[in-house]
Design a binder for this molecule. Sequence first.
Ligand SMILES: NC(=O)c1ccc[n+]([C@@H]2O[C@H](COP(=O)([O-])OP(=O)(O)OC[C@H]3O[C@@H](n4cnc5c(N)ncnc54)[C@H](OP(=O)(O)O)[C@@H]3O)[C@@H](O)[C@H]2O)c1
Length: 262
Amino acid sequence: MLLPSVPTINALVVGATQGIGLAFTQQLLADDRIRHLFGTYRSEQTAEELRKLASQYPSRLHLIRMDIAHEEQIEKGLVAVKEILQGGSANAPNLHLAINCVGLLHSEQQQPEKALRQLNSENLLTYFQINSVGPALLAKHLLGLFRHAEPSIFATISAKIGSIGDNRIGGWYGYRASKAALNMFLKTAAIEYSRRSPKTIIVMLHPGTTDTRLSKPFQRGVSPEKLFSTERTVTQLLSVLEKVTIKESGEFFSWDGSRLPW
Ligand SMILES: NC(=O)c1ccc[n+]([C@@H]2O[C@H](COP(=O)([O-])OP(=O)(O)OC[C@H]3O[C@@H](n4cnc5c(N)ncnc54)[C@H](OP(=O)(O)O)[C@@H]3O)[C@@H](O)[C@H]2O)c1
Protein backbone atom coordinates (compact mmCIF):
# COMPACT_ATOMS: atom_id res chain seq x y z
CA MET A 1 0.00 0.00 0.00
CA LEU A 2 1.25 3.46 -0.89
CA LEU A 3 2.16 5.60 2.17
CA PRO A 4 0.32 3.21 4.58
CA SER A 5 0.43 5.57 7.55
CA VAL A 6 -1.39 8.35 5.64
CA PRO A 7 -5.19 7.89 5.74
CA THR A 8 -5.94 10.34 2.93
CA ILE A 9 -3.42 11.19 0.24
CA ASN A 10 -3.11 14.41 -1.76
CA ALA A 11 -1.11 13.86 -4.94
CA LEU A 12 0.29 15.77 -7.91
CA VAL A 13 1.17 14.43 -11.35
CA VAL A 14 3.33 16.80 -13.36
CA GLY A 15 2.95 16.17 -17.11
CA ALA A 16 -0.43 14.45 -16.86
CA THR A 17 -1.64 14.88 -20.44
CA GLN A 18 -0.38 11.70 -22.04
CA GLY A 19 1.85 8.66 -21.79
CA ILE A 20 3.01 7.61 -18.35
CA GLY A 21 1.67 10.77 -16.66
CA LEU A 22 -1.87 10.24 -17.94
CA ALA A 23 -1.78 6.59 -16.83
CA PHE A 24 -0.61 7.64 -13.34
CA THR A 25 -3.51 10.08 -13.19
CA GLN A 26 -6.00 7.36 -14.17
CA GLN A 27 -4.65 4.81 -11.68
CA LEU A 28 -4.43 7.27 -8.81
CA LEU A 29 -8.05 8.32 -9.38
CA ALA A 30 -9.07 4.67 -8.99
CA ASP A 31 -7.58 4.69 -5.47
CA ASP A 32 -10.15 5.86 -2.91
CA ARG A 33 -7.40 7.04 -0.55
CA ILE A 34 -6.49 9.81 -3.00
CA ARG A 35 -8.50 12.85 -1.86
CA HIS A 36 -7.16 15.62 -4.10
CA LEU A 37 -5.26 14.88 -7.29
CA PHE A 38 -3.59 17.68 -9.26
CA GLY A 39 -2.69 17.03 -12.89
CA THR A 40 -0.61 19.52 -14.83
CA TYR A 41 -0.77 20.36 -18.53
CA ARG A 42 1.16 22.91 -20.56
CA SER A 43 -1.19 23.55 -23.45
CA GLU A 44 -4.94 23.26 -24.10
CA GLN A 45 -4.22 21.44 -27.38
CA THR A 46 -2.76 18.38 -25.64
CA ALA A 47 -5.01 18.39 -22.56
CA GLU A 48 -8.15 16.87 -24.10
CA GLU A 49 -7.93 13.44 -22.39
CA LEU A 50 -7.08 15.06 -19.09
CA ARG A 51 -10.06 17.43 -19.39
CA LYS A 52 -12.37 14.44 -19.98
CA LEU A 53 -11.06 12.82 -16.81
CA ALA A 54 -11.52 16.05 -14.86
CA SER A 55 -15.17 16.18 -15.93
CA GLN A 56 -15.64 12.64 -14.58
CA TYR A 57 -14.00 13.49 -11.23
CA PRO A 58 -14.83 17.18 -10.71
CA SER A 59 -14.24 17.26 -6.95
CA ARG A 60 -11.04 15.18 -6.93
CA LEU A 61 -9.08 16.01 -10.08
CA HIS A 62 -7.84 19.58 -10.41
CA LEU A 63 -6.08 20.77 -13.54
CA ILE A 64 -3.12 23.10 -13.19
CA ARG A 65 -1.40 24.83 -16.10
CA MET A 66 2.37 24.45 -15.87
CA ASP A 67 5.12 24.50 -18.47
CA ILE A 68 8.15 23.41 -16.49
CA ALA A 69 10.46 25.36 -18.80
CA HIS A 70 9.16 28.50 -17.02
CA GLU A 71 9.88 28.83 -13.32
CA GLU A 72 7.11 31.38 -12.78
CA GLN A 73 4.57 28.81 -14.05
CA ILE A 74 5.91 26.19 -11.62
CA GLU A 75 5.65 28.67 -8.76
CA LYS A 76 2.18 29.90 -9.73
CA GLY A 77 0.91 26.34 -10.29
CA LEU A 78 2.06 25.19 -6.87
CA VAL A 79 0.49 28.25 -5.20
CA ALA A 80 -2.80 27.14 -6.81
CA VAL A 81 -2.26 23.60 -5.43
CA LYS A 82 -1.68 25.04 -1.96
CA GLU A 83 -4.82 27.19 -2.12
CA ILE A 84 -7.00 24.24 -3.12
CA LEU A 85 -5.50 22.09 -0.36
CA GLN A 86 -6.16 24.85 2.17
CA GLY A 87 -9.74 25.02 0.92
CA GLY A 88 -10.12 28.61 2.09
CA SER A 89 -9.32 27.66 5.68
CA ALA A 90 -6.16 27.61 7.73
CA ASN A 91 -5.81 23.82 7.21
CA ALA A 92 -2.27 22.64 6.66
CA PRO A 93 -1.80 22.22 2.87
CA ASN A 94 -0.29 18.74 3.03
CA LEU A 95 0.91 17.20 -0.20
CA HIS A 96 1.94 13.55 0.10
CA LEU A 97 2.95 12.48 -3.37
CA ALA A 98 4.33 14.25 -6.43
CA ILE A 99 5.29 12.37 -9.58
CA ASN A 100 7.04 14.26 -12.32
CA CYS A 101 6.46 12.54 -15.66
CA VAL A 102 7.65 15.34 -17.95
CA GLY A 103 10.35 14.46 -20.43
CA LEU A 104 11.64 15.33 -23.89
CA LEU A 105 13.38 12.97 -26.30
CA HIS A 106 12.21 14.29 -29.67
CA SER A 107 9.95 17.01 -31.05
CA GLU A 108 9.23 18.65 -34.40
CA GLN A 109 12.30 20.80 -33.77
CA GLN A 110 14.74 18.16 -32.60
CA GLN A 111 15.76 14.52 -32.77
CA PRO A 112 18.20 12.67 -30.51
CA GLU A 113 21.76 13.03 -31.81
CA LYS A 114 23.52 9.92 -33.12
CA ALA A 115 26.91 11.60 -33.65
CA LEU A 116 28.93 14.57 -32.44
CA ARG A 117 28.44 16.39 -35.76
CA GLN A 118 24.71 16.64 -34.94
CA LEU A 119 25.23 18.47 -31.63
CA ASN A 120 23.63 21.87 -31.53
CA SER A 121 23.79 24.20 -28.57
CA GLU A 122 20.15 25.28 -28.67
CA ASN A 123 18.82 21.71 -28.79
CA LEU A 124 21.14 20.60 -26.00
CA LEU A 125 19.95 23.47 -23.82
CA THR A 126 16.32 22.50 -24.52
CA TYR A 127 17.01 18.95 -23.28
CA PHE A 128 18.57 20.35 -20.11
CA GLN A 129 15.80 22.91 -19.61
CA ILE A 130 13.03 20.30 -19.66
CA ASN A 131 14.69 17.12 -18.40
CA SER A 132 17.03 18.53 -15.73
CA VAL A 133 16.39 22.18 -14.77
CA GLY A 134 12.59 21.86 -14.64
CA PRO A 135 12.64 18.96 -12.15
CA ALA A 136 15.24 20.76 -10.00
CA LEU A 137 12.96 23.83 -9.87
CA LEU A 138 10.04 21.55 -8.98
CA ALA A 139 12.09 20.27 -6.01
CA LYS A 140 12.72 23.91 -5.03
CA HIS A 141 9.06 24.95 -5.09
CA LEU A 142 7.61 21.69 -3.73
CA LEU A 143 9.61 21.92 -0.50
CA GLY A 144 7.03 24.18 1.18
CA LEU A 145 4.21 21.76 0.36
CA PHE A 146 6.13 18.75 1.67
CA ARG A 147 7.25 20.24 4.99
CA HIS A 148 4.67 18.68 7.31
CA ALA A 149 4.53 15.87 9.84
CA GLU A 150 3.27 13.14 7.48
CA PRO A 151 5.44 11.02 5.16
CA SER A 152 5.65 11.98 1.50
CA ILE A 153 7.31 11.01 -1.79
CA PHE A 154 8.65 13.07 -4.68
CA ALA A 155 9.35 10.74 -7.62
CA THR A 156 10.69 11.82 -10.99
CA ILE A 157 10.75 9.64 -14.06
CA SER A 158 14.36 9.50 -15.19
CA ALA A 159 15.78 6.93 -17.66
CA LYS A 160 18.34 4.15 -17.51
CA ILE A 161 19.95 5.77 -20.51
CA GLY A 162 21.01 8.57 -18.13
CA SER A 163 23.20 6.08 -16.23
CA ILE A 164 26.85 6.90 -16.97
CA GLY A 165 27.99 3.49 -15.69
CA ASP A 166 25.53 1.69 -17.97
CA ASN A 167 26.41 3.66 -21.14
CA ARG A 168 27.73 1.04 -23.52
CA ILE A 169 26.39 2.07 -26.92
CA GLY A 170 26.65 5.88 -26.91
CA GLY A 171 24.42 8.22 -28.94
CA TRP A 172 21.52 10.40 -27.75
CA TYR A 173 23.95 12.89 -26.22
CA GLY A 174 21.50 15.51 -25.01
CA TYR A 175 18.87 13.13 -23.63
CA ARG A 176 21.46 10.97 -21.84
CA ALA A 177 23.33 13.90 -20.35
CA SER A 178 20.16 15.71 -19.29
CA LYS A 179 18.88 12.59 -17.47
CA ALA A 180 22.30 12.17 -15.76
CA ALA A 181 22.06 15.83 -14.68
CA LEU A 182 18.50 15.23 -13.45
CA ASN A 183 19.77 12.39 -11.27
CA MET A 184 22.50 14.59 -9.79
CA PHE A 185 20.08 17.48 -9.15
CA LEU A 186 17.64 15.25 -7.31
CA LYS A 187 20.27 13.27 -5.40
CA THR A 188 21.53 16.64 -4.15
CA ALA A 189 17.99 17.82 -3.38
CA ALA A 190 17.39 14.59 -1.41
CA ILE A 191 20.33 15.47 0.84
CA GLU A 192 18.93 18.96 1.49
CA TYR A 193 15.40 17.60 1.98
CA SER A 194 16.74 15.13 4.60
CA ARG A 195 17.48 18.20 6.74
CA ARG A 196 14.60 20.48 5.77
CA SER A 197 11.78 18.01 5.06
CA PRO A 198 13.00 14.79 6.71
CA LYS A 199 9.85 12.77 6.00
CA THR A 200 10.05 13.24 2.22
CA ILE A 201 11.55 10.48 0.10
CA ILE A 202 12.98 11.62 -3.25
CA VAL A 203 13.52 8.95 -5.91
CA MET A 204 14.33 8.72 -9.59
CA LEU A 205 12.59 5.94 -11.54
CA HIS A 206 13.39 4.19 -14.82
CA PRO A 207 10.02 3.10 -16.27
CA GLY A 208 11.30 0.55 -18.80
CA THR A 209 10.51 1.01 -22.49
CA THR A 210 6.88 2.06 -22.53
CA ASP A 211 4.54 2.48 -25.47
CA THR A 212 4.12 6.27 -25.61
CA ARG A 213 4.64 9.14 -28.04
CA LEU A 214 8.19 9.47 -26.69
CA SER A 215 9.26 5.92 -27.59
CA LYS A 216 7.10 5.49 -30.75
CA PRO A 217 9.81 6.25 -33.35
CA PHE A 218 12.30 3.93 -31.61
CA GLN A 219 10.22 0.84 -30.92
CA ARG A 220 11.30 -1.19 -33.96
CA GLY A 221 14.02 -3.27 -32.29
CA VAL A 222 12.10 -3.75 -29.03
CA SER A 223 10.58 -7.18 -28.49
CA PRO A 224 6.86 -7.09 -27.55
CA GLU A 225 7.45 -8.46 -24.04
CA LYS A 226 9.92 -5.63 -23.36
CA LEU A 227 7.54 -2.90 -24.53
CA PHE A 228 5.27 -2.11 -21.60
CA SER A 229 1.81 -0.59 -21.82
CA THR A 230 1.49 2.62 -19.81
CA GLU A 231 -0.88 0.78 -17.40
CA ARG A 232 1.72 -1.91 -16.73
CA THR A 233 4.49 0.66 -16.25
CA VAL A 234 2.44 2.63 -13.74
CA THR A 235 1.46 -0.51 -11.80
CA GLN A 236 5.14 -1.49 -11.62
CA LEU A 237 6.33 1.97 -10.60
CA LEU A 238 3.62 2.26 -7.93
CA SER A 239 4.79 -1.02 -6.45
CA VAL A 240 8.37 0.36 -6.34
CA LEU A 241 7.02 3.45 -4.55
CA GLU A 242 5.12 1.27 -2.07
CA LYS A 243 8.40 -0.28 -0.95
CA VAL A 244 10.83 2.65 -0.85
CA THR A 245 12.02 3.76 2.57
CA ILE A 246 13.38 7.06 3.80
CA LYS A 247 16.87 5.51 3.92
CA GLU A 248 16.64 5.06 0.14
CA SER A 249 15.90 8.72 -0.54
CA GLY A 250 18.09 10.03 -3.37
CA GLU A 251 18.38 6.63 -5.10
CA PHE A 252 17.77 5.65 -8.72
CA PHE A 253 15.46 2.65 -9.20
CA SER A 254 14.44 0.58 -12.17
CA TRP A 255 10.82 -0.52 -12.78
CA ASP A 256 11.47 -3.88 -11.06
CA GLY A 257 12.74 -2.24 -7.87
CA SER A 258 16.42 -2.93 -8.58
CA ARG A 259 18.94 -0.11 -8.08
CA LEU A 260 20.60 1.36 -11.17
CA PRO A 261 24.23 2.48 -11.32
CA TRP A 262 24.87 6.21 -11.60
N1 LIG B 1 8.39 5.88 -22.86
C1 LIG B 1 9.55 5.32 -22.57
O1 LIG B 1 9.92 4.26 -23.12
C2 LIG B 1 10.46 5.94 -21.55
C3 LIG B 1 11.64 5.27 -21.22
C4 LIG B 1 12.49 5.83 -20.28
C5 LIG B 1 12.14 7.03 -19.67
N2 LIG B 1 10.98 7.67 -20.00
C6 LIG B 1 10.67 8.92 -19.32
O2 LIG B 1 9.35 8.85 -18.83
C7 LIG B 1 8.80 10.17 -18.72
C8 LIG B 1 7.40 10.18 -19.37
O3 LIG B 1 7.57 9.95 -20.76
P1 LIG B 1 6.42 9.39 -21.72
O4 LIG B 1 6.98 8.22 -22.39
O5 LIG B 1 5.14 9.32 -20.98
O6 LIG B 1 6.38 10.60 -22.78
P2 LIG B 1 5.21 11.41 -23.49
O7 LIG B 1 4.06 10.51 -23.78
O8 LIG B 1 5.87 12.14 -24.61
O9 LIG B 1 4.75 12.44 -22.33
C9 LIG B 1 5.59 13.48 -21.94
C10 LIG B 1 4.82 14.43 -21.07
O10 LIG B 1 5.67 15.54 -20.76
C11 LIG B 1 4.94 16.75 -21.01
N3 LIG B 1 5.85 17.85 -21.30
C12 LIG B 1 6.81 17.92 -22.24
N4 LIG B 1 7.45 19.10 -22.16
C13 LIG B 1 6.89 19.79 -21.14
C14 LIG B 1 7.10 21.05 -20.55
N5 LIG B 1 8.03 21.89 -21.00
N6 LIG B 1 6.35 21.41 -19.47
C15 LIG B 1 5.40 20.59 -19.00
N7 LIG B 1 5.12 19.39 -19.53
C16 LIG B 1 5.85 19.00 -20.59
C17 LIG B 1 4.05 16.40 -22.18
O11 LIG B 1 3.04 17.35 -22.34
P3 LIG B 1 2.31 17.59 -23.78
O12 LIG B 1 1.23 16.55 -23.86
O13 LIG B 1 1.79 18.96 -23.68
O14 LIG B 1 3.34 17.42 -24.85
C18 LIG B 1 3.57 15.02 -21.73
O15 LIG B 1 2.56 15.14 -20.76
C19 LIG B 1 9.81 11.10 -19.39
O16 LIG B 1 10.61 11.70 -18.40
C20 LIG B 1 10.67 10.15 -20.22
O17 LIG B 1 11.97 10.67 -20.41
C21 LIG B 1 10.13 7.14 -20.93
